[in-house]
Design a protein around this ligand. Sequence first.
Ligand code: ADE
Length: 228
Amino acid sequence: MRIDILTVLPKLLESPFNDSILKRAIEKKLVEVHIHNIRDYSTQNQKQVDDYQFGGGAGMVMTIQPIADCIDKLQSERTYDEIIYMTPDGEQFNQATANTLSLKENIIILCGHYKGVDQRIRDHYITKEISIGDYVLSGGELAAAVVSDAIIRLLPGVLNDESSALTDSFQDNLLAPPVYTRPADYKGWKVPEILLSGHEKKIEDWRHEQAIERTKQRRPDLLDENEK
Ligand code: ADE
């Protein structure tokens, strides 16, 4: 898979891809991540990437030209499955969208800034608009990092234990059950007996019950009618 991220603040995206699981995924060539500085594509003398709003109003708008030129260049080199715009008025990101996007070959993610991009970019290039939640960030970069992380960890071979993404919260619309590690008794705080029993089937049943219980308590909206 290849992810191209278009931004006016490329530095903001350096560290998320330079550590831990994402760094390893890139090193193992399971994913290619290319960060493009939109400013490099500006044909203006001052490399300007924004301008005042038509009609007046506070805040600058990202101009069409540098973004369009950058996307045109990328599209002349390969076919993209999605061109995503990160914006608080997009569809809310969730595990189902992460799963779907992890199956794509090439995606572009455009990070918005200031008041956002000229609407004509959204009308003519963007195929999907994603929000990571009902709050406003200073730009789309952190949101793009969140979406990329959620996608990349699902790619085969990225996580050491292949089954571990399958047992994440949300993968079956249930939150994950509680987990414990050594010591089995910390100052009298004991690990549930069942986990020490060695009965695989009983442990699996217990985890499923706990997952349902936790989901009922915290996120009843995730449960089917018959599980409530
Ligand atoms: N840009 C600013 N806020 C955002 C959000 N909540 N989700 C995605 N992109 C954003």
